[in-house]
Design a protein around this ligand. Sequence first.
Ligand SMILES: *[C@@H]1O[C@H](CO)[C@@H](O)[C@H](O)[C@H]1NC(C)=O
Ligand SMILES: *[C@@H]1O[C@H](CO)[C@@H](O)[C@H](O)[C@H]1NC(C)=O
Ligand SMILES: *[C@@H]1O[C@H](CO)[C@@H](O)[C@H](O)[C@H]1NC(C)=O
Ligand SMILES: *[C@@H]1O[C@H](CO)[C@@H](O)[C@H](O)[C@H]1NC(C)=O
Length: 289
Amino acid sequence: MSPELDSCWTLLAFLLSLLGETSGDFPKATNVTWSSLNFKTILMWRPEPTNYSYTVEFSITGKNRDRNPHCIKTTDTECDLTNMLTQLNETYTADVISEPKQGVTSDVVEFPHTRAAPFCPYKNSSIGQPDFNIQVNKDESKITLFIIDPVSAIYKDGRQLNMRDIFKNDLKYKVIYRKAGTTGKREKISDSSVLELDVDKGMSYCFNIQAYIPSRVTGTQLGELSTSQCSPAGDKPFYEEYSIGVISGAILAVLAILITALVLTVVCCRRCRKAADEGKEALPLQNLP
Ligand SMILES: *[C@@H]1O[C@H](CO)[C@@H](O)[C@H](O)[C@H]1NC(C)=O
Ligand SMILES: *[C@@H]1O[C@H](CO)[C@@H](O)[C@H](O)[C@H]1NC(C)=O
Ligand SMILES: *[C@@H]1O[C@H](CO)[C@@H](O)[C@H](O)[C@H]1NC(C)=O
Ligand SMILES: *[C@@H]1O[C@H](CO)[C@@H](O)[C@H](O)[C@H]1NC(C)=O
């Protein structure tokens, strides 16, 4: 290497090191992740800042950058972007920038920053457990499920939107059900929030339900599984409700009572007749003066 080029490199290295010092050596944000449930969307990162702060910038990929006023020079390690990501079907990029603390100025143009994975609310927000009501139809051979679409954190014209408002026909439900006391599971996909199922008359069934978005990438299509709810059992014929043992026990008990009653009656009658006979025999004696 020529001496001139060598000193050139040295100078460059020196300038770079100067730049490094003035940029404050703020640590880059790490573990930048999105957490999003029912369209409530929070960006989270590490580590806790010491002598610096964080600013979050986001944009629809390729468009102008924007900031949430609550996430400028903040010492928090999360930023709620729910009300900022208003175009649910767009993909957003976000950067977490390590900056000087509030009130501290700096000449540095570019601070260390970390970019989050691209995030699209419509594709990436998880869908929470649905609630539902069960109705057993009159003749007990059909059960109707009324699924309550989970509400979202999104408001439009003063009204809180639910999953049906947002996903429209993209929203389906997966219903997993089984006869109570059995393990054989059956599944049904429902396009609507009301589902009628044919069932064995009078039997109790247990249900779990989750949102299902087939337009999403495989592996991210299902929402959280609801808690289990069972339909009440109908009025069964008595011979189905009770076991053979209970029924034969009951028959034996009835027989035993009948036999006891019979025996008691017979014994009683005999005694009565005997007493009556003795009475007749005694009668003449009483007539004696
Ligand atoms: C911030 O603190 C760290 C250690 O806690 C230090 O290495 C760094 O130089 C400090 N930066 C500034 C700009 O004061
Ligand atoms: C950051 O993520 C890595 C793996 O991606 C994990 O090992 C580490 O524990 C995480 N750190 C924190 C503070 O969450
Ligand atoms: C959002 O995009 C999906 C496809 O990714 C499409 O099915 C849906 O209709 C779109 N919704 C809106 C509100 O644009
Ligand atoms: C969002 O979903 C897309 C697939 O639709 C995936 O490639 C991307 O990694 C997801 N982003 C996050 C932050 O999970």
